[in-house]
Design a binder for this molecule. Structure first.
Ligand code: GLN
Length: 264
């Protein structure tokens, strides 16, 4: 009786240990990655009609987290609240269609780039000819999103324009539709997403700011006090690029594997 009890206890302990081993092997770990993003930057980070945060960036960071064994929590902030959240350790990383720039790099560290992008501007289609050259935007009313590279570009290149700053891209599009500005400036895929969703595809037109004037790479931002986290994120990015997950996720969102576009 004694012996069998002991062996029962023994197996229970062994089972419990096996359980632990299984748990950690299965990747259900206690490592947590707290991620911050904005909530209206489709197709990168946006809240879908079920109230869930989704987008290319969200799938990417969840995949990196899962391939590195992290539980990923995503929190939504206003765009200009992201850097403050990172600096106060409210989050571990920012992924939010976030452009790598020298000014931002003074405050935060950036991962290797994962997306190549540039600015475009939307105007009413009937004004497309007038604004063929982006320099013609100077002196106009322009709608931009607060704190973005689009807003900074406008401040720098269009000193005579009247800038109307909004919290999110949808607010800028609404204002354009109302006739409150001549153009909206934002990242190309975000403007394109709006165009593709717009009921009347002929009402608005888009044009590029030259690639030699504006070329942007998205990166994942990390607090400068946590260099080990930066290493981890770069390791994860490489991993998902090598194991095919990056290609699969980008094909899901953009219709093709964007990996090679990064070499441009
Ligand atoms: N890429 C732009 C920037 O970093 C816009 C990002 C965004 O609004 N989420 O400023």
């Amino acid at each position: 009786m004694k012996i069998s009890m002991r062996s029962f206890m023994g197996s229970a302990v062994a089972l419990a240990m096996l359980g632990t081993a299984f748990t950690s092997q299965a990747g259900v770990s206690d490592k947590v990655l707290n991620v911050g993003c904005e909530g209206a930057f489709a197709p990168f980070t946006y809240i879908d009609k079920n109230g869930q945060i989704t987008g290319f960036d969200i799938d990417l960071i969840r995949q990196i987290g899962s391939d590195l064994g992290y539980k990923v929590n995503v929190r939504v902030y206003p765009f200009d609240g992201l850097i403050p959240a990172l600096l106060t350790d409210g989050i571990d990383v920012i992924i939010s269609g976030f452009t790598i720039s020298p000014e931002r790099a003074k405050k935060v560290d950036f991962s290797d780039p994962y997306y190549l992008c540039g600015l475009t501007y939307l105007t009413e289609a009937k004004h497309a000819d007038k604004f063929k050259d982006y320099k013609k935007l100077d002196g106009e009313k322009l709608c931009v999103q607060i704190g973005t590279t689009g807003a900074m570009f406008a401040q720098k290149h269009f000193p005579h324009a009247q800038l109307r700053q909004f919290n999110s891209p949808p607010d800028t599009y609404l204002e354009l539709e109302r006739g409150g500005c001549a153009a909206v400036i934002n990242d190309m895929p975000v403007n394109d997403f709006f165009l593709s969703r717009h009921q009347d595809g002929t009402k608005f037109a888009s044009a590029h700011i030259d690639k030699d004037v504006d070329k942007e790479y998205y990166g994942i931002a990390v607090n400068k006090n946590h260099p080990e986290m930066l290493k981890e994120i770069n390791r994860g990015l490489k991993l998902v690029q090598q194991n095919g997950n990056f290609g699969r996720i980008s094909t899901n969102w953009f219709g093709y594997d964007i990996t090679d576009t990064l070499k441009q």
